[in-house]
Design a protein around this ligand. Structure first.
Ligand code: ADP
Length: 273
């Protein structure tokens, strides 16, 4: 409690008492504490990849005089990957804070569902191939449209699909399918990866949350991807479902309300027939 005191005086200036108002500041304190926890968390998350980049640059400076070209190029690759991780984490953070302040702009337009997935698959299939991961894609027979911000939806779907690849050991499988039911389009991403325990599952959408353990130790990430996915899905009146079993795999389902096929598209389809 914070006390605000004021003296009560009479006409001749003599103090005859005081008035005290008590203000409950526990909520302010809690918000202040959350803000400083958040700043500490961000500082920590930025510091560790930067420290490792600095070490690698140092090792490169010393090592390149003695090491082979191959060793130097591996080091260069690691620096590139860590820098990209860092940039994507900063992008995610900026987007998250914009979404929270309500300053993010969602430019909604009718988008063909299959178009979003086709673009993502082009990128991800190549990455998966390098690790011997098979990606299968079963789009719904029927075409569907949803009224969405293309960039945000693409990044949400990309986060889910790239996580599926990232958390699946080499040689595994990722199955992607889409379906329509009850006015919603469902995007289902099923992997044969490391899975998530029952204890960790409720926390995966929290900022900076990453499962700690042997299976995830060597996988890089910021723990921001899924919190961003959740914000994007909520902003589009969609919902997310997750089912997972340790060492068996995980299935994420993103569902979004569908909209009728736009008139222009209808015309283009009729003309092309
Ligand atoms: P990160 O940048 O760490 O991948 P995310 O917010 O995308 O952060 O995910 C949070 C955590 O949830 C991850 O660190 C990982 O432990 C877990 N996770 C997310 N997707 C999967 C998945 N498909 N399989 C297993 N674990 C997953």
């Amino acid at each position: 409690l914070r006390a605000h005191c004021a003296p009560v005086t009479v006409d001749n200036g003599v103090v005859i008492g005081s008035v005290t108002a008590f203000e409950d500041i526990s909520t302010h304190k809690e918000i202040d504490r959350m803000k400083s926890d958040f700043v500490a968390m961000v500082a920590h998350e930025l510091k560790s990849p930067l420290a490792s980049i600095e070490q690698m640059i140092y090792a490169l400076q010393i090592g390149c005089e003695h090491e082979s070209g191959a060793a130097c190029s591996t080091m260069h690759n690691r620096i590139t990957v860590r820098t990209r991780d860092l940039l994507s984490m900063i992008d995610n953070l900026l987007n998250l804070s914009k979404m929270e302040n309500g300053t993010v702009e969602f430019n909604l337009e009718p988008i063909r569902g299959h178009e979003v997935l086709d673009h993502i698959l082009d990128v991800i299939t190549l990455q998966a191939k390098n690790r011997g991961i098979t990606i299968t894609y079963n789009p719904s027979e029927e075409e569907w449209w949803f009224n969405v911000d293309y960039d945000h939806i693409r990044s949400a779907c990309m986060n889910i699909i790239s996580n599926a690849v990232k958390y699946t050991p080499d040689g595994g499988k990722v199955d992607i399918s889409t379906s329509i039911s009850g006015g919603f389009a469902n995007i289902v991403v099923k992997d044969s990866g490391i899975g998530i325990s029952k204890e960790d599952l409720p926390h995966i959408f929290d900022r900076f949350f990453r499962v700690k353990g042997k299976a995830t130790r060597h996988i890089t990430g910021s723990g921001l991807g899924l919190s961003l996915v959740k914000e994007v899905v909520d902003a589009h009146q969609g919902y997310i479902e997750v089912n997972s079993e340790l060492e068996k795999g995980t299935t994420f389902t993103l569902s979004f309300p569908i909209t009728p096929q736009p008139a222009m598209e209808e015309k283009a389809t009729i003309e092309s027939q």
